[in-house]
Ligand binder design. Sequence first.
Ligand code: NAD
Length: 263
Amino acid sequence: MGRLADKVAVVFGGARGIGLATVKEFLAEGATVYASDIREPAEKLDHENYSHSIVDATDENDVDTFVQDVLTRAGRIDVLFNNVGIHLGKPLAETTLDEFNTIFALNVRAAFLGTRAVLPGMIERKSGSIITTSSNGGVMGRPGDPVYNATKHALVGLTKSIAVAHAHQGIRANTVNPGAIDTDMLRGTLASPEEFEAKQHALVASTPAARIGEAWEVAKAVVFLASDESRFINGVLLPIDGAKAAGAMPNNRYSLDFDLGVK
Ligand SMILES: NC(=O)c1ccc[n+]([C@@H]2O[C@H](COP(=O)([O-])OP(=O)(O)OC[C@H]3O[C@@H](n4cnc5c(N)ncnc54)[C@H](O)[C@@H]3O)[C@@H](O)[C@H]2O)c1
């Protein structure tokens, strides 16, 4: 028996990266998965308990129609994974209002719409687990991406408030807060493979564990929060970041020529 046997899971942002890795883990643990994304999946998954729909998670009508469709087909939703997100690595003074509006509309509105769509059914059934992908940038301030960081803090606030409001109705809401994870997003924020190489060194140097994480390492934590194993864990943020959010390291550790002593 899988840890998510008999659970119906909805995933927003499930076409690649952390979302796709989580879809695979959900399926491996016995869940029925209704994945969605604005794009087709990067990998074709052949599984009888899996479907993928094209949904713009920022569009109210798209989200509500998709969730209603899942409810019609499956009868209930046990797990919601709000994973949609885009990055913006710009200093505040250089950020345009359009960019600000776009990233908030995506990172925060998507989680709001997805959660609002599934909540009534979860309240009715007095059961449900909502997991939202925040970030290391939702735990602490960072110099390079202040507005992205603000969206990821907003998701923590949304999550804690849902937990406090609905815990007595059997609903849990938690965030996962990944550090640097090797996905298209991480690579795509940089213009060239050479830039990625340079940036990678800086990311590794600034992570106590001295490495970048893998998408499946986040997915495993999402499975735990989705499962009944975490039934008394509610309203928490869970860093998955090789200790990056845990505190500062010695100053020389952040220098690019610091010898990490690892391969
Ligand atoms: N990779 C990292 O280092 C990292 C670190 C911390 C947090 N995160 C967060 O993890 C989540 C997943 O990121 P990832 O690294 O797997 O990146 P990714 O770009 O591979 O995944 C994001 C997914 O969201 C989808 N998406 C974007 N706009 C959408 C929309 N309007 N409607 C529906 N789907 C949409 C994309 O198509 C993509 O599949 C994001 O919320 C991101 O902010 C990533």
